[in-house]
Design a protein. Structure first.
Length: 298
């Protein structure tokens, strides 16, 4: 069995958007969201990650989860460019839209903290924490946004970062080790890299056509080791010693049950380092062509 160190959480992007390279089902219907949340609650999946950018996901969550909600909810802030007053007001409104008195964590985008209003934005987030509306304040960041520097500067309770079997940059440069040493709770997102590990060469966005052969070799290596891609992706993430949580996205209760089964399967014997990609375009969804994609969703 996989020696799971991290807990499993759900990203809500697919509850409000048609999201992900390998997602052929589109946005999850509301009755399916209800089934997903019921399955999650029964399986003690207690963490939900959402954002105002995820379409109508907050209202769908409010209409779909059991009350009292058994979930701890992470909410992301609006971009600072919309104005600090609006960012703060929307963070309060997110809780109202979900029918919650308080949230578990408020996550601020690293890009905004690196901007001229970064300190003022963080002070607004701390105010919300001080009022008891959010128990924790964190940062959602990418490798190019200096997550370790941000952790030292702002001292967040947690950080959410993209790490996967394909994207091991923050492991290789020891950022995850350093964050854990600072006492920052680390959550891993994009562990399927928007489904890239499961996508066929024919379905890749044009900007990723060059990555097709490399991805095929990765899948071939998994097959030769008798490893299912889902099992490998989850096994790699859930057993990271630095991680407290792993956020995944699903579009159906059946998909969640498959995730749960894979997360409890034996850990494949693989050369994990050999599976990592080093192509910046492939590892950064913001650089992909095609439909607009969220830079930091699960």
């Amino acid at each position: 069995m996989i020696e799971r160190r991290a807990e499993l959480g759900l990203g809500a992007a697919q509850f409000g958007l048609d999201y992900g390279v390998s997602n052929t089902r589109g946005r999850a219907p509301e009755d399916e969201v209800r089934a997903i949340l019921d399955t999650a609650a029964d399986s003690r999946v207690g963490l939900i990650d959402t954002s105002p950018a995820y379409g109508d996901a907050e209202r769908v969550l409010c209409r779909s989860w059991p009350f009292p909600s058994p979930f701890r909810v992470c909410v992301r802030t609006l971009p600072a460019a919309e104005g600090l007053d609006r960012v703060e007001a929307r963070a309060r409104r997110s809780l109202e839209r979900m029918g919650l008195a308080r949230g578990w964590a408020l996550l601020v985008e690293a890009e905004d903290l690196l901007g001229p209003d970064g300190r003022a934005l963080w002070d607004r987030a701390l105010r919300l924490k001080g009022e008891g509306l959010y128990a924790r304040i964190g940062v959602t960041a990418s490798p190019g946004e200096e997550p370790l520097l941000l952790a030292k500067r702002f001292k967040p309770d947690l950080m959410q970062l993209p790490v996967s079997v394909l994207d091991q940059r923050l492991i290789r440069d020891r950022t995850l080790d350093a964050l854990a040493a600072l006492g920052v709770e680390v959550h891993l997102r994009s562990v399927f890299l928007q489904g890239l590990l499961f996508a066929s060469r024919e379905t890749l966005p044009p900007a990723l056509a060059h990555a097709g052969p490399r991805l095929s070799r990765v899948r071939r290596a998994l097959a030769e080791a008798g490893a299912d891609p889902l099992q490998a992706a989850l096994g790699f993430a859930l057993t990271r010693p630095e991680a407290a949580a792993v956020i995944v996205g699903v579009t159906s209760a059946a998909e969640l049950r498959a995730v749960l089964a894979a997360s409890n399967a034996p850990l494949p014997r693989l050369d994990w380092n050999a599976l990592a990609l080093d192509d910046t375009v492939t590892l950064d969804p913001r650089l992909w062509s095609g439909p607009a994609r969220l830079s930091s969703a699960a």
